[in-house]
Design a protein around this ligand. Structure first.
Ligand SMILES: *Cc1c(COP(=O)(O)O)cnc(C)c1O
Length: 459
C-alpha cells in the first residue's frame, strides 16, 4: 500500500472531458415542465441561459470535451490533491482507509469555481457581457465573481439578506473580484419589491434571491445579460465531475482498486455529484459501492421530502422540475451550513436516489461540528460547515468498519474550508448551537404548496 499522504496529478493528467450521467441513468427522466404543463423547449430557456449551456443541460452525450480555455483556468488550482486522512484514521482506530478530495484549495475556497469558470466561459463565447446570480452564504457569489473577473465579464449577485448582514467577508471577496453584491430581497426587482411589501423584515431565502436574479437577467433590454445557477442543474453537475474523474486517476495511481464508500454533503447536489457520479457509473455497471449523500436533519430534502414537480424559486420563474423538494416557499431554520438549506435538490440526484443508486442520510448539526473539530485537530484544515456533514458520515462509516473489522476504503469530498465561517465554530464552542429536526407539521405545511402540480413518474 502506498505511503503517500497527498496523491497528486500533474496538469497533463487532468481529465479532458466531463462525464454526463444522463447518458447512463436507468429509466426515463421526468422533463422540466413549462407553465402550460408541457416540457420546456430549449428556446424557452434562451432568455435565461446562453444557448451553448442550454445544449449541455439537455445533452445525452456521455462525454463532453472541456474547452482548452476552461482547462487553462482550472490549472490555476487543479488538479486538486487527494489526501489520505491518516491522522483521522489513527484517532478513530479504524482499519478503514479514508481519503478526501481537497476542493478547498481553489481561489474561492470551495468546489464552486469548477463550474463558475466553465459557465463564465460559455457565456462569454455566446457574446454575453453580464451575469446575474443569487448566493446564500456567499460561496457561489464569490466563485462567480472570481470567474467573471478572469474573463472580463460583469457580475451581479443577489445575496440572501440574513447572510448579507451576518457574513460580511464573502461580500468583501466578491468586491475584491469586481462583483456587485446587493441584499435580497432588494428594491431592484418586482419579485423583491413584492416580498418586501408583504414581509419587510424577511431574512430572505435562496428561492427569493433566484427569482430576483432571473428577473434582472431577462428584463435587461440589451439582451447581453444572462443568469447563472451554482448548483442543481444538469450542466452544473456535469462541470463538477472533474472531481470524481481526478479522484479515480489518483486512486489508480496508488493501486487502490476497490472503493467501498463514496460520500458528499448535498445542498443542491453539485459537489456530491461531482465526486460521486463517476462512481455511480461503476455502480450502474455492477460494482458494489455505497454512495451516500448527506444533508442536515433540519433541511431533509432527500430523506423526508416528497418527490414532486416543483419550482426552483419563490416567484415560480423557473420551470417545474421533478425533484425531492420541501416546497418552493420553504424558509429554512438558521443552521450554519448555509449552502445546504435550499428547498430542492438536483433532478439527476433525485432520480438516482429513486433508483437506489444513491443512499441519502440526514445528520444533526452538533454531530457535524464535532466531526469538523475532530478533523481540524487531526488533519489541519478547518472545514466549511457544509463539509462537516460529509466528514460526520465518513466517521460513522469508519466506525462501522471498525466494528465489522473490515479494511474498507472510504472516499469523501472535502467541498470547502471554513475560514469564512468561524462564527459558527465560535457558537458551537460557546454551547449556543442545538440540534433541530424539521417538525412533521412544518414539513406538511411547506409541502402543501405542491398540491395541484403534475405528478412525476418515480421509477
Ligand atoms: C455551496 C457549498 C455546498 C453545497 O452545494 P452543493 O451544490 O450541494 O455542493 C457544500 N459545500 C460547500 C463548501 C459549499 O460552498
Amino acid at each position: 500500500m502506498s505511503k503517500l499522504t497527498k496523491i497528486t496529478l500533474d496538469e497533463k493528467e487532468m481529465p479532458r472531458q466531463w462525464y454526463n450521467i444522463a447518458a447512463d441513468l436507468p429509466g426515463p427522466m421526468n422533463p422540466p415542465l413549462g407553465p402550460d404543463g408541457n416540457p420546456v423547449s430549449p428556446e424557452m430557456l434562451a432568455p435565461v441561459f446562453p444557448m451553448n449551456l442550454v445544449e449541455q443541460e439537455v445533452s445525452q452525450e456521455r462525454w463532453i470535451d472541456i474547452p482548452e480555455k476552461v482547462l487553462e483556468m482550472l490549472y490555476l488550482w487543479r488538479p486538486t490533491p487527494l489526501v489520505r486522512a491518516r491522522n483521522l484514521e489513527k484517532i478513530l482506530g479504524t482499519p478503514a482507509r479514508i481519503y478526501y478530495k481537497n476542493e478547498s484549495v481553489s481561489p474561492a475556497g470551495s468546489h464552486k469555481p469548477n463550474t463558475a469558470v466553465a459557465q463564465a466561459y460559455y457565456n462569454k463565447e455566446f457574446g454575453i457581457k453580464k451575469i446575474t446570480t443569487e448566493t446564500g452564504a456567499g460561496q457561489w457569489g464569490s466563485a462567480l465573481s472570481f470567474a467573471t473577473s478572469l474573463l472580463g465579464l460583469e457580475c451581479k449577485v443577489f445575496m440572501v439578506r440574513v447572510s448579507f448582514d451576518q457574513k460580511p467577508f464573502r461580500k468583501m471577496m466578491m468586491r475584491a473580484w469586481g462583483g456587485e453584491c446587493v441584499a435580497s430581497p432588494s428594491n431592484e426587482t418586482q419579485a423583491g419589491r413584492d416580498i418586501l411589501e408583504k414581509y419587510p423584515d424577511t431574512p430572505g431565502s435562496l428561492g427569493i434571491a433566484i427569482s430576483e436574479a432571473i428577473e434582472a437577467a431577462v428584463t435587461d433590454k440589451s439582451g447581453e445579460t444572462r443568469y447563472s445557477l451554482g448548483s442543481v442543474l444538469n450542466h452544473v453537475l456535469l462541470h463538477q465531475t472533474i472531481i470524481g474523474l481526478e479522484t479515480k486517476k489518483q486512486l489508480a495511481k496508488i493501486n487502490e482498486k476497490k472503493v467501498d464508500v463514496v460520500i458528499g454533503c448535498a445542498g443542491g447536489g453539485s459537489n456530491f455529484a461531482g465526486l460521486a457520479f463517476p462512481f455511480v457509473n461503476d455502480k450502474i455497471n455492477g460494482s458494489e459501492i455505497d454512495v451516500i449523500a448527506v444533508e442536515p436533519a433540519s433541511c431533509p430534502t432527500l430523506t423526508r421530502a416528497p418527490f414532486a414537480y416543483d419550482h426552483g424559486d419563490v416567484a415560480k420563474m423557473t420551470p417545474l422540475m421533478a425533484m425531492h423538494t420541501l416546497g418552493h416557499s420553504f424558509i429554512p431554520p438558521p443552521i450554519h451550513a448555509g449552502g445546504l438549506r435550499y428547498h430542492g435538490i438536483s433532478p439527476l440526484i433525485s432520480h438516482a436516489v429513486n433508483h437506489d443508486l444513491i443512499r441519502p442520510e440526514a445528520i444533526h448539526q452538533l454531530e457535524c461540528y464535532e466531526a469538523g473539530v475532530k478533523f481540524a485537530r487531526s488533519e489541519g484544515i478547518i472545514p466549511a460547515p457544509e463539509t462537516t456533514h460529509a466528514i460526520a458520515s465518513a466517521i460513522r462509516e469508519a466506525n462501522k468498519a471498525k466494528e465489522e473489522g473490515k479494511e474498507k476504503v472510504i472516499v469523501f469530498n472535502f467541498s470547502g474550508h471554513g475560514l469564512m465561517d468561524l462564527v459558527g465554530y465560535d457558537k458551537y464552542f460557546n454551547g449556543e448551537l442545538s440540534d433541530h429536526s424539521l417538525p412533521d407539521e412544518d414539513l406538511a405545511k411547506f409541502t402543501e404548496i405542491l398540491k395541484g402540480h403534475p405528478e412525476p413518474i418515480r421509477k
